[in-house]
Write a protein that binds this ligand. Structure first.
Ligand code: ATP
Ligand code: MG
Length: 388
């Protein structure tokens, strides 16, 4: 027979009573200590956003020497110019309606350095009315640093996998460059120059074409592997990104009679590397430009639409053209490195690298083609909500 369990009440009765010196006090000093010493940076504001109290971690995070430098000031005084208005608007709408706001943002320390934080703000209520707000911040600096290192390491892996294709891609033009150059050397030494004039000029042409192709392949890869361009991340307005991507190519499109319409149902922001994301759009535009036949009788159109996908907090960019579409057997290969239907005029790296760039930004890119039209759908995590 097992022992009958000792009633819980009996255990409590056997325990020595501990008279906490604090227990009867209305404001527990431990609460004050916990607030002051918390590893989270905590700030409390009144209902208008004026600072009422901050803890030590908050002072350390923004490099303030004393709480007196902060109290009474508006919470925006640590604001960094790279954090868009939209974020604050959304934050205030959320907390003023009594809900908790969570998000990531960049603020500015007193020495001007960026502070990356994850912030949670909870409204404080008294008698049903919001009397203030409490913010909890964690410093994301280490995480951001690690993300950047990973970002770079990932690119190196991609370059590694591209290596085999690259060797093949450069070897072919190199072999013909060497042959042609040898021919040219012998021609210049030879007595029958007039006889071989035509062959010599075609060899020179071939040298130029081969070298030009190698230059293009290397240009793509060098751009992609550049450490600086790969790590500089910022919050980017999608509209701005599209406008900048058009800069160097717009005239090539309009001069070919291609009309472009862009429709966005709000202002969206994504976080990432501006140059790389621009190169994705730029390549899509270049591909459409190349696909339109000069003799087509239908109106040449490129259309770009963007939407906000509330559920997943994603920005959806739909890029569409009616340049003739892509055959099924080609469609299944367009994201392969070095796959091109443009012969010597294309490297076939545009979409392969674009896919990688989008993946590194936490997104996806897909392509479908029906009835002479091509549609690329890009999904990217939205860093900010659209304007309400
Ligand atoms: N909008 C489009 N319409 C028709 N075909 C397309 C379109 N976009 C891409 N393609 C096809 O996909 C292939 C691969 O595109 P990708 O951008 O990767 O390389 P590329 O354009 O051939 O070379 P590069 O980007 O170096 O100029 C193209 O050669 C083309 O056949
Ligand atoms: Mg291309």
């Amino acid at each position: 027979m097992g022992r009958s369990p000792i009633p819980y009440v009996a255990i409590l009765m056997e325990m020595p009573t501990y008279e906490s010196p604090y227990i009867t006090q209305s404001s527990h000093p431990l609460i004050e200590d916990a607030f002051t010493q918390s590893d989270y940076a905590i700030n409390i504001t009144d209902s208008m956003g004026a600072m009422v109290k901050v803890n030590e971690a908050y002072l350390r995070l923004y490099k303030f020497s004393s709480e007196a430098d902060i109290l009474g000031k508006n919470h925006l005084f640590i604001r960094s110019p790279i954090t868009p208005d939209n974020l604050y608007k959304n934050m205030w709408n959320t907390i003023a309606s009594g809900k908790v706001w969570r998000g990531e943002m960049t603020n500015c320390a007193t020495d001007g350095s960026d502070v990356f934080i994850h912030l949670t703000i909870s409204p404080i209520r008294r008698g049903g009315e919001i009397v203030g707000y409490m913010g909890f911040s964690i410093n994301r600096e280490q995480q951001v640093l690690m993300e950047r290192q990973l970002f770079h390491a990932n690119k190196l892996v991609v370059l590694g996998t591209l290596g085999a294709g690259l060797a093949h891609e450069l070897n072919n033009p190199l072999a013909s460059i060497l042959l042609d150059a040898e021919f040219l050397r012998d021609f210049l030494k030879g007595a029958h120059r007039a006889e071989y004039q035509e062959a010599a000029s075609s060899a020179a042409e071939s040298v130029i074409r081969g070298a030009e192709r190698m230059r293009r392949v290397l240009e793509h890869l060098l751009f992609y592997s550049k450490k600086d361009s790969g790590t500089a991340t910022s919050t980017i307005s999608l509209r701005q990104l599209l406008d900048d991507s058009f800069l160097f190519i717009e005239r090539q499109l309009t001069s070919r009679g291609i009309t472009i319409d862009i429709e966005m149902d709000g202002e969206y922001f994504v976080s990432g590397n501006r140059t790389q994301l621009e190169s994705v759009i730029h390549n899509l535009l270049g591909n459409s430009r190349d696909a339109f036949s000069p003799s087509t009788s239908t109106a040449k159109r490129i259309s770009i639409r963007s939407y906000f996908v509330e559920m997943e907090q994603l920005v959806r960019l739909e890029y569409w053209d009616n340049a003739g579409g892509i055959q099924t057997d080609v469609l299944s290969r367009i994201f392969e490195p070095f796959f091109t239907t443009k012969g010597g005029d294309g490297t076939g790296l545009g979409l392969a690298i674009s896919k990688q760039i989008i993946a590194e930004h936490g997104g996806s890119i897909e392509c479908e083609s029906v009835d002479g039209t091509t549609r690329f759908t890009i999904l990217l995590p939205a860093t900010r909500l659209p304007k309400s």
